[in-house]
Design a binder for this molecule. Structure first.
Ligand SMILES: [Mn+2]
Length: 509
């Protein structure tokens, strides 16, 4: 079977953990049909899931798994090489596949199958749940993205983490801390009204994507309703083929490993999660704003959980409907932006244009323009453009208030990374105390002017970026060694919601 849409280079292209300004988008591989042919085992023909004993794991407890991971050299010391195979926790793909299949089983029997939770009719089940096929093969499945709504009671806690990019040590350190604090017992959450949210970019850049995905799946399987995984721009075969995970899978499991299986997992992850309490919602996703999708109807649904296919994205229609916005742009940006806008059904996360939820960014200063284009990345939304979309995503009864996201892509200490380091790993954009003179100030200087308190208010229109885990190209390049997670606590009144910033000290390296 010939796979398309990505170049399956099996050389050790892990070294593409790019330094400098080079970014994912600038070096996307060309579409190619001249790909390596994988021997694809028919995993649809596996024994029925009900017969599989998923209660038996090689690493039965979190402590077993932690011990195995503790043996692994850090990405920092590997210097872009793979670790010695004898140190790897999995000698074959068996346990990893078992976790993936158990996750498929969960998705095929869980909330996603409940037709009345899908707005405007859900996906066609015979293809949506067919894990023997993928969208990126000839005559493959349709490519579909979906949004999720999650309404929780007041005083619920959502533990949010940003990009891992193949950093298993920070993940283990995070979960160890939550075990010490009795939030977790092993992989199991033991505090009521508590959930996990991971913001995407689990693999690539670091060599432990397999271990990170496995850990995520063990958490998900231990807490099926309380672990939420957003789909980032690296949850896409085009990116994994270029930035390391495809190579990692071939290195760890052999060239015949069926890469379609981990790729298929991503199709069950929402590209955006709207976290709500009462009438107030916060947009949680990897990248930025996506004007082509309006969640207003989804937010008004009665069920605490809801889904909607993104379907056809209406970017052009959105801005045609709001000419005031385009008029606020300078002529050059207006032309550039206008020429890229379209109403379209995405063929994949980057075709015909990149998906905003996965790819877009936010500017830093209040004085930055409403919108700018970074040719190495995507659209950068300023304060007024972001507020425009938040406002028009809201209804009289349900308000979309703020954004929590991740998606950092610089191994240089650029203005954004300076702020993330200064603000203990969580930065609120467009702060009053920030200004152009501080743009390239050192983190120690920035700390005097920016929000660094552990507890931050979620003010209307705010956007928070979470830092990427430190044992990555980014932590190495920007010289920080603390991991970060945030606890979002909901309340009846939006003014009482809080975002609490926590750091975990450097795991061993
Ligand atoms: Mn990203």
């Amino acid at each position: 079977m010939m796979l398309k849409a990505a170049t399956y280079s099996l050389t050790l292209l892990l070294v593409t953990a790019s330094c400098g300004q080079a970014t994912d988008q600038s070096s996307l591989p060309e579409d190619s049909d001249n790909d390596l042919q994988f021997a694809v085992p028919a995993f649809a023909a596996d024994p029925s899931l009900s017969q599989r004993d998923t209660s038996t794991w090689t690493y039965e407890t979190f402590d077993d798994w932690k011990q195995a991971c503790d043996l692994l050299p850090a990405n920092r010391t590997l210097n872009r090489r793979f670790p010695p195979p004898n140190l790897l926790p999995f000698k074959t793909s068996q346990e990893f596949d078992q976790a993936l299949e158990a996750a498929f089983d969960h998705f095929k029997n869980g909330k996603l199958t409940e037709a009345d939770l899908w707005l405007n009719g859900g996906p066609e089940p015979s293809t949506f749940f067919d894990t023997s096929r993928v969208y990126f093969e000839r005559n493959g499945l349709p490519f579909r993205l979906f949004a999720q709504r999650l309404e929780v009671p007041p005083n619920s806690k959502l533990f949010v983490h940003g990009d891992f990019h193949g950093d298993i040590h920070s993940f283990i350190a995070y979960l160890s801390k939550l075990n010490e604090q009795k939030v977790l017992d092993g992989f199991k959450l033991i505090v009521p009204d508590t959930s996990f949210l991971f913001l995407g970019d689990y693999t690539d850049r670091g060599v432990y994507g397999v271990e990170v995905i496995y850990t995520l799946l063990r958490l998900l399987l231990a807490n099926p309703e309380n672990v939420h995984l957003a789909r980032g721009n690296h949850e896409d075969i085009t990116l994994t083929a270029k930035y390391g995970f495809t190579t990692e899978l071939a290195f760890k499991f052999g060239r015949n490993y069926d890469i379609r299986k981990p790729m298929r997992l991503y199709d069950f992850l929402p590209v955006v999660l709207y976290l709500g309490c009462g009438d107030n919602y916060v947009q949680c996703n990897h990248g930025g704003m996506e004007p082509g999708y309006n969640p207003a109807q989804l937010l008004e649904e009665a069920n605490p959980i809801g889904f909607q296919l993104l379907g056809s994205l209406q970017q052009k229609s959105y801005f045609n409907k709001h000419p005031d916005f385009l008029e606020s742009l300078d002529p050059l940006t207006r032309r550039q932006f206008g020429s890229q806008l379209r109403d379209f059904t995405p063929a994949d996360p980057v075709t015909p244009v990149v998906l905003g939820f996965m790819w877009n960014d936010f500017s830093i200063l209040r004085s930055d323009p409403p919108l700018a284009y970074d040719p190495n990345r995507a659209w950068v939304y300023g304060k007024s453009a972001t507020e425009h979309i938040l406002t028009h995503s809201s209804t009289d009864s349900h308000k979309l208030r703020a954004v929590i996201r991740a998606h950092q892509h610089s191994s240089l200490l650029n203005p954004m990374m300076r702020r993330l380091v200064a603000c203990n790993g969580v930065h609120r954009h467009w702060q009053e105390g920030d200004n152009p003179a501080l743009l390239n100030a050192d983190p120690e200087i920035l700390r005097a002017s920016l929000e660094t308190d552990p507890i931050r208010p979620l003010v209307d229109g705010s956007v928070f970026t979470l830092n990427v885990a430190p044992d990555s190209a980014y932590g190495i390049g920007c010289n920080y060694s603390f991991d970060t997670y945030a606890i979002v606590t909901t309340a009846e009144e939006f003014s009482d919601w809080t975002l609490e910033v926590h750091n975990v000290n450097a795991p061993k390296w």
